[in-house]
Write a protein that binds this ligand. Structure first.
Ligand code: XMP
Length: 494
């Protein structure tokens, strides 16, 4: 398989570049810029993208440029390349945002871009002298060397960010680097990803058995589909229903997976979780208890199945990438429920999705024919409704919240706004008024769940939701709207 290597000098853009490269149907991986040379050689990249933003570490082993592999430096990456090859780079006042860029006509990278183009920059250093053999290929008013090339050595750089949606023609530029310069054919497609994953699992597993903790979320559902295609009923999926799922969710998961060619086990552990959580009001405690209880239930069930050789997990690429400050925040979720290896007796771990981004996991699921309600699900926290219910957890509060959440979900889905909205749900406060509970609507738009804005929903829709909640859910006496952004708030209330 043709692969491109993204070397990360620090900053936040490498994830976006990786996704863009894969949108060009070229597989890529992100590694730290300090990756040893022998490892880079063993990776056999068709091309290297060296990327970083201000604040990153501008250092790279110059031998990388002797490998005979095309390199594109972006932002801090292009400055680092120039410094490593004997050119000059000097600090400048930060340039951040849209800039009008004058592109030279004959550069391969810019072949189909207009001579004057809008591009996105995020730099705090200027290139003031190029090494021998390099030519400047773009400039802006305050950045005389905004791009350069050295076609003989297949080295290229841009101070602007082609992966940014604000850069006109940026995707085309990346595509030309990958296809015309690196010689990638662009054959990384989901059908091949499925076939490769299935072949790999079959080769490793042979006629042995695999165990998977299925939550019904996107990742574990898609992992189950891939594994089921590979080993059929030698895959056992354990679905722990802790009783704090959304309305009918447990039944939906069971209905779908019990029809699949897998050994599906649903453990109804509602009462066990409820007694463990009795009178617990602290959110951290709620999370801890649910996590621990989950492992115990899973372990008990696994023991009944006898010795199993493989444990499978729906780990995805952001779970294993240690890049970009704060990123771990987004993904703490799957980890919480996924800390099984230490406890369970198994020989090997299988993670069929470990190199895929979330959107790619969804696409893989679609390719495999999984229904939209499984594949397009919004994130749902492992501890479930327990952390959307302030105060203690009671069967009555769970019932109320499930009913309220169901109405919010139905109305948002019916409005077709749901595609543009990142997450929507109801929160049950612990405050009573006029004999019933106050419910809050939490509806946010977000790209990455690190930041989020409260969604501006049409008044008519808000009115309909409020009316339905008040008339259809006895026990709810008031409906409020959460208009807090993240930061400073979080998306969840607890
Ligand atoms: P916050 O509330 O931190 O949420 O802004 C960001 C994203 O993470 C999800 N989230 C969780 N997921 N276990 C999970 O599995 C948790 O304890 C948890 N807390 C937050 C949240 O739904 C949102 O998508």
């Amino acid at each position: 398989m043709q692969k491109v290597l993204i070397l990360d000098l620090g900053g936040q853009c490498d994830l976006l570049i990786a996704r863009r490269v894969r949108e060009c149907h070229v597989f890529c991986e992100i590694h730290p810029a300090a990756m040893p040379l022998d490892k880079i050689r063993a990776f056999e990249p068709k091309g290297i993208i060296l990327s970083g933003t201000p604040g990153g570490i501008g250092q790279i082993d110059p031998q990388i440029f002797q490998l005979g592999v095309p390199v594109l430096g972006i932002g801090l990456g292009c400055q680092t390349m120039i410094a490593a090859l004997g050119g000059a780079v000097e600090p400048c006042s930060p340039i951040h945002g849209r800039t009008l860029t004058n592109l030279s006509e004959d550069a391969v990278l810019f072949a189909e871009m207009p001579p004057m183009t809008i591009s996105w920059m995020d730099i705090d250093a200027q290139i003031t002298a190029l090494p021998d053999g390099f030519v400047a290929t773009a400039s802006t008013n305050n950045c005389p060397i905004a791009a350069f090339s050295c076609p003989e050595r297949q080295l290229y750089g841009t101070q602007f960010r082609p992966e940014s949606p604000h850069t006109e023609g940026g995707m085309g530029m990346l595509d030309r680097f990958l296809k015309s310069i690196c010689g990638c054919v662009g054959d990384w497609r989901m059908e091949n990803v499925v076939n490769d994953a299935v072949a790999d699992i079959r080769r490793r597993v042979g006629d042995r058995r695999v165990l998977l903790a299925l939550s019904g979320g996107v990742d574990s559902s898609v992992a189950a589909a891939v594994l089921s295609r590979a080993v059929g009923s030698r895959l056992t999926c354990i679905f722990v229903d802790h009783g704090m799922l959304r309305m009918d969710e447990g039944d939906q998961v069971e209905a779908y997976f019990s029809r699949m060619d897998v050994h599906f086990v649903r453990v109804n552990a509602r009462e066990r979780f409820q007694s463990a959580l009795e009178n617990v009001t602290d959110p951290t405690e709620k999370r801890r208890i649910i996590g621990e209880e989950f492992v115990k239930v899973f372990e008990d069930q696994a023991k009944k199945l006898g010795s199993i050789d493989f444990l499978a997990q729906g780990t995805i690429y952001p779970d294993i990438l240690e890049t970009g400050p704060g990123y771990a925040d987004v993904i703490r979720s799957s980890r919480e429920m996924g800390r099984l290896p230490g406890h369970i007796d198994f020989k090997e771990l299988i993670e069929p999705l470990r190199l895929l981004f979330k959107e790619e996991v969804r696409e893989l699921g679609r390719t495999m024919g999984l229904p939209a309600y499984l594949v397009d699900r919004q994130p749902f926290p492992g501890p479930g409704l327990a952390i959307r219910m302030m105060g203690n957890i009671t069967p009555e509060k769970i019932r109320l919240l499930q009913a309220a959440d169901h109405i919010v979900t139905q109305e948002l889905e019916g409005s077709h706004l749901n595609r543009s909205i990142g997450q929507y749900f109801a929160v049950l406060t612990d405050t009573m008024t006029m004999g019933g509970y106050i419910v809050a609507l939490r509806v946010v738009t977000t790209e990455d769940y690190l930041t989020a804005k409260w969604a501006r929903l049409p008044y008519e829709l808000l009115d309909k939701i409020s009316t339905r909640l008040m008339t259809e859910v006895p026990g709810i006496s008031r409906v409020t709207l959460d208009i807090t952004n993240k930061p400073p708030a979080s998306i969840e209330w607890e």
